[in-house]
Design a protein around this ligand. Structure first.
Ligand SMILES: *Cc1c(COP(=O)(O)O)cnc(C)c1O
Length: 481
């Protein structure tokens, strides 16, 4: 038996590279990363024709491969296929860009494998994450009663918010069919999905009309609640947008909060895209009233420019999140009680989790807040600039002045179907790859949008986008599309 164990050990020890091997690995990965980062300014914003299929030619096998070969596979099949989210000319969906120190934070978190689920297991890691949550609560204007959780993204944070609201209002089986949720058609689809996943599909969903700038009509909300209540229904939740993905518009948060308070509803604000604009003066003005929401979501992997994998939920009365998510388990009986800090595992469905605070803490500490504030102001001003410039190009019409940093617009061709033309224009620009834009539908119309939210997007990128749009539209119109 001993000799067999020794044999197994000899093979298993391959899992622990020695110092020299580690240095080689780091050196190769570092060289690859530097080349990638140096290439971003010239790289396309979209790799339209690569699909990553080459990975299948190197299946997972008994024998390992060299790091160089692995990096070649990655470079060819992963990093050169699909959308180029690290490019400053990537203006589709909601960009972020991926701050480099976050990559180092992930590296350090993975090397030390801190268990950030419970305070007793890694007091420092939990304090670090709690400190980030309190910092965000401060940015919003919540008191020290707030609690929250770093999630993998905004969709999961929205889900956790909806579940906390559900548990606080005890929306259970027999109450479902007469319980009403209010939101507008511009709400992010992750809210609808969260309602489904939280077992609340049986609730009545009341779509509140919007004004000309796609913001919730607060008076319509007030009268909808009154009408529903008079009909014997149970209005319990209103979800507002602190920056919609479609158009970047911000619902009248302060008014919604007042109405929700008058009628005893939970008010959840989805600021996955918009929340962090609270860090700059233009954003603070636009997001007035966000601090009045019962819960809110903001995504560091969007407007704090982190690589994908970090969202955040904040709950104004943290005890409600704890009441919804704190659980007992026999095998956890040695964990000391009455800790001075709440733990992520008591505030979310996760038990073992990525120590994701480090990828947020490191860039905030290294850079300080000033460059973040400047970058966010810059994004809002670039959006206003784009909005002004695009309407001065022949043939383009624009949507409303942006509340934050999304601009909607489209081209009106001299003849032919407007929707089909703009769909073609989007495709052509995406295939060209110099810039990346995406589209949406508003009131049934095909609408183009730019979302300016990567820390790498500057004036020259916006000028290039204007240029590409101008000439591609002209070309397409001349082809007589
Ligand atoms: C992106 C987004 C979400 C979803 O967040 P993920 O991080 O993509 O899961 C929710 N709401 C809004 C307004 C968003 O922009």
């Amino acid at each position: 038996m001993i000799s067999e164990i020794n044999q197994l050990e000899a093979i298993a020890r391959q899992l622990e590279p020695n110092k020299n091997q580690r240095e080689q690995l780091i050196q190769r990965v570092s060289a690859y990363s530097q080349a990638y980062l140096e290439g971003i300014s010239d790289a396309p914003a979209n790799y339209a024709f690569e699909d990553g299929r080459g990975l299948y030619e190197s299946p997972i096998a008994e024998e390992g491969i060299e790091i160089g070969e692995a990096l070649d596979l990655l470079g060819e099949n992963v990093d050169k296929s699909g959308i180029g989210t690290t490019s400053g000319r990537f203006l589709g969906y909601i960009p972020g860009g991926a701050l480099f120190p976050s990559a180092l934070g992930d590296y350090l978190a993975a090397v030390s494998n801190r268990y950030a689920g419970f305070f007793f297991a890694s007091p420092g890691a939990v304090r670090l994450e709690n400190m980030l949550i309190s910092w965000m609560a401060g940015v919003i204007g919540y008191s020290s009663k707030a609690a929250g959780n770093l999630t993998s993204g905004g969709s999961l944070a929205n889900l956790l918010a909806i579940i906390t609201a559900r548990d606080t209002h005890s929306i259970t089986g027999d109450k479902l069919a007469r319980s009403v949720i209010y939101f507008t058609e511009h709400i992010h689809h992750s809210i609808d999905k969260a309602i489904h996943v939280a077992g609340l599909s049986g609730c009545v969903k009341h779509k509140v009309p919007v004004d000309k700038r796609y913001r919730m009509d607060a008076e319509a909300l007030r009268s909808a609640i009154a009408t529903d209540r008079a009909a014997g229904l149970n209005p319990w939740l209103v979800v507002g947008s602190a920056g919609t993905t479609n158009t970047g518009s911000v619902d009248p948060l302060a008014e919604i909060a007042g109405i929700a308070a008058d009628h005893g509803l939970w008010f959840h604000a989805d600021g996955a895209y918009g929340g962090f604009f609270k860090l700059c003066p233009e954003g603070r003005a636009a997001l007035n009233g966000l601090e009045l929401a019962d819960s809110l979501v903001m995504d560091p992997h969007k407007t704090l420019f982190l690589p994908y994998g970090t969202g955040a939920l904040l709950v104004k009365d943290g005890a409600k999140l704890y009441a919804s998510q704190n659980w007992d388990a026999a095998y956890m009986q040695d964990a000391p009680e009455n800790m001075e800090e709440l733990s992520p595992a008591e505030l979310s469905p996760e038990l073992t989790k990525h120590f994701r605070g480090l990828r947020l803490w490191l860039p905030l500490k290294l850079f300080g807040l000033a460059p973040f504030r400047a970058a966010l102001s810059e994004k809002i001003q670039l959006a206003r600039y784009f909005h002004q410039k695009i309407q001065s190009i022949d043939g383009f019409e624009v949507g409303p002045t942006p509340d934050l940093s999304v601009v909607t617009y489209r081209y009106l061709p001299p003849r032919g179907d407007v929707d089909a033309f703009n769909e073609m224009l989007t495709k052509k620009i995406q295939q060209d790859g110099r810039i990346f834009i995406s589209s949406t539908r508003i009131d049934g119309k095909f609408i183009l949008r730019v979302a300016i939210s990567s820390f790498r997007t500057h004036l020259s990128d916006i000028d290039e986008a204007l240029n590409v749009l101008k000439w591609t539209a002209k070309e397409l119109a001349e082809e007589g599309y």
